[in-house]
Design a protein around this ligand. Sequence first.
Ligand code: C5P
Length: 322
Amino acid sequence: MFVSRTTVGWEALAPAKLNLYLDVLGRRADGFHELEMLMCPVRLFDQLRWTSNDRAEIHFTEGESTERFRFSVAGTDVPSDETNLAMKAAHLLAAEAGVEPYGSLSLTKRIPTQAGMGGGSSDAAATLQLLNQAWGVNYSKQRLTGLAAQLGSDVPFFFAGGPAVCRGRGEILQPQSGLPKLHFVVVKPDESISTKEAFMQLNAGQFDPQKSEGREKPLERLLELLRNGMLTAAAKAMSNSFQSVILASQPILASLQAQMTALNSWGATMTGSGSAFFGLCGTAQQARHLAGKLRAVLEDGSRAGAKHEFGEGHYLRGKTPR
Ligand code: C5P
């Protein structure tokens, strides 16, 4: 997350994330699941802006209570009401710090929704950090991370400032240093998946919470491979508990994964509860090359505005080949 001052207010960039590893260890008494994940921020950003209004000016407009705090969303059809996690974050911070906000918060979406790329969670984390500065609240990172955990399981991760192992519901963070800069190609198909439904599918299937016990430690092995720059082996050591369940129920995604694997021998892994898939590449050049090949096979890869590229990898959006 990057927060900066602008001529009219404050601005924050909220990165997307990928799950390089996701293991569902079991179901807890509170209904949530115990997780073990390796998450990594990637250079695809939503943008948040805060502009303060002059309180006196607002005071004389009608309907002061609704005019006082405005929230808008551009770039996608996600809601701009109380159900939006960024809006929830703004209200939580205002209530906690006793601030009466006068101004407008706007969100420009670039991270696809229901993709497993953490867009909503990242927006919430960036909102907390942005408004913490804009409103002069000055809470510590630790206190903000505590508020983040109240908003959603993946929100605290975005305060780690880099790749992190996340345990518990996702809120117990262990930042990881010494990992190399990685290059990915990410494909978000038209199909979308809700996290809640993915957990329900997992529980309805053959998921056995005990299966993880007594196994080798695949996450430690993955971290070691990444640290040693053994990327071919690292790509193969990436895994996701949701993947086989989602692939079994959505053959269209299985076909996407097969296409990606055919073009990139390092394979393709689903992020979060889907539906985006990513392939690890050795260099930026390799990522560009793979992105080009994938564009050629994805049905609407040439559609104007459908392609996005970002610094450390490539993000493609398109219809799954049938
Ligand atoms: O925490 P968050 O609101 O993002 O979670 C969304 C849904 O995903 C929860 O309602 C729950 O069904 C499921 N979930 C879970 N275990 C987790 C995280 C999320 O069961 N560790």
